[in-house]
Design a protein around this ligand. Structure first.
Ligand code: LLP
Length: 439
């Protein structure tokens, strides 16, 4: 089943005969054996991207810098096992993610709990399970953590989430735009300084530093450098006004991933190096204290380590309009086109040597007209039974999947030295597991 490498969108893709291979495995063979829809993960690539972040951050930021895997991108027991083995931290946003990490044996002192509406139950459960840090959004949360930590007789480490007012898509620091966000506390309204002062004064809170996150799927480094400048100046202001020097500065996630050929090729190591050089020289020039830098990559760790393979169920041609190729999955396993019009590369996995002359829309099987995976793609002419591959589906696909139409979620395989089941295919019993008969 092992294939030779050729140059496709990413170097974990190759062709053997007429078939598409991923992580060295023939996807058409896998579809035959395991059925479709089928999500495939490339274990080596996940590990090597985690290592790239870890090594580059240690090398260029120094000083204990480290990445946290933002597990909202893809959360399941195995990914926390891998993160643990690779020695990186994690970011979680719910008790579901926390529970999954705990089940995997992930050391929760290396977990950072995000979210703009943590309940008392969330806070209690996380503290009882030894969560490392809360990333605090608001006063309500700050007071609740202080109260619950007091009840439990602990001092709880936190970071404060701050909005630096950056628009990552224009590189301009926007003075009001990002103030209107459900996340974090803004610098320019003065509220960031106020909440910092309050956090310092609370007895059961240990303020360890600050966090910001400017956006996702960003290819340039300038927005990260701008955000870092604003956060470092804020930290300087905090130091001179309140006499407090934070240990940690978390710059969030957001590095872009190549979904289609027109997306740029970027090197995460090179980006980290440039951001680190910028921060180091900014701190030196302005004689600022450099905190320990954290980053929270999600998409860039798992997106191109994943792909999905489907089977064509029907081909429908509407003369004068367009052609629809319907597949046996859809927005229930990948809602990103329906939600954001996201671009994907679509291939016919069993016709890799045939000319892509057939223009069509790839439609899902759900009862919803907007259930499309991609419009206006060119693939070879296909028939029922052919395999459609959608590339770069590792991030925000399975983690955003649903049971709409009571469709069962796909099987997820981890392809490494051997093939391992990462997440079982949902069964019909699973889909109705929580239902009760009415008396
Ligand atoms: N940290 C925080 C606080 C975040 O909110 C996010 C993503 C990350 C880190 C990770 O960012 P990444 O490295 O993955 O870009 N569902 C959308 C993406 C939402 C991102 C939410 N926050 C999508 O499918 O494109």
């Amino acid at each position: 089943m092992y294939c030779k490498e050729v140059n496709l969108l990413h170097d974990n893709l190759s062709i053997e005969g007429n078939n598409l291979c991923f992580a060295g495995y023939d996807t058409v063979e896998l579809a035959k054996i395991y059925g479709t829809p089928l999500m495939l993960l490339d274990e080596q690539r996940i590990r090597s991207t985690m290592r790239t972040y870890k090594n580059a951050m240690e090398k260029y930021f120094g000083n204990g810098a480290r990445p946290l895997y933002a597990s909202k991108a893809l959360s399941f027991v195995g990914i926390y096992q891998i993160a643990k083995e690779e020695g990186i931290c994690t970011d979680i946003v719910s008790l579901g993610e926390l529970y999954t990490a705990k089940k995997a044996g992930f050391p929760l002192e290396n977990a950072f709990f995000h979210g703009n509406c943590k309940t008392d139950f969330d806070i209690e459960y996380a503290i009882e399970n030894g969560i490392g840090y809360f990333i605090v959004d608001t006063y309500d949360e700050l007071y609740a953590i202080d109260r619950i930590a007091r009840e439990k007789g602990v001092s709880q480490k936190i970071l404060l989430r701050i909005t630096p007012g950056i628009d990552p898509h224009t590189h301009v620091a926007i003075s009001t735009g990002k103030v209107d966000s459900k996340f974090g506390t803004a610098i320019e309204t003065g509220q960031a300084l106020e909440i910092t002062e309050k956090a310092i004064s609370l007895h059961n809170i240990s303020l360890e530093g600050f966090h910001c996150h400017i956006g996702s799927q960003i290819f340039e480094i300038e927005p990260f450098c701008d955000a870092a400048d604003i956060m470092l100046s804020f930290i300087d202001n905090v130091k001179s006004t309140l006499g407090y020097t934070p240990k940690l500065l978390n710059l969030g996630g957001g590095f872009g991933v190549r979904y289609v050929e027109s997306d740029p090729v970027i090197s995460y190591e090179e980006n980290i190096k440039k951001i680190a050089e910028h921060i180091n020289s900014y701190c030196e020039k302005n004689q600022l204290h450099k905190p320990v830098i954290l980053m929270e990559p999600g998409r860039s760790i798992v997106a191109d380590s994943g792909m999905t393979i489907y089977t064509v169920g029907s081909v429908k041609e509407i003369p004068g309009y367009k052609n629809y190729v319907a597949i046996d999955g859809g927005m229930s396993d990948n809602p990103r086109y329906a939600l954001y019009n996201s671009s994907y590369t679509v291939l016919c996995a069993n016709k890799m040597n045939e000319d892509p002359t057939y223009n069509c829309t790839i439609a899902g099987r759900l009862c919803e007209s907007g259930d499309l995976i991609q419009e206006n793609v060119s693939i070879p002419p296909v028939v029922r039974g052919d395999n459609i591959a959608v590339l770069v589906t590792g991030a925000y696909n399975y983690s955003m999947s649903s049971n709409y139409n009571r469709i069962n979620r796909p099987l997820v395989l981890m392809l490494g030295d051997k093939i391992r089941v990462a997440i079982n295919r949902e069964k019909f019993e699973d889909v109705s597991r929580l239902d009760e008969f009415l008396d």
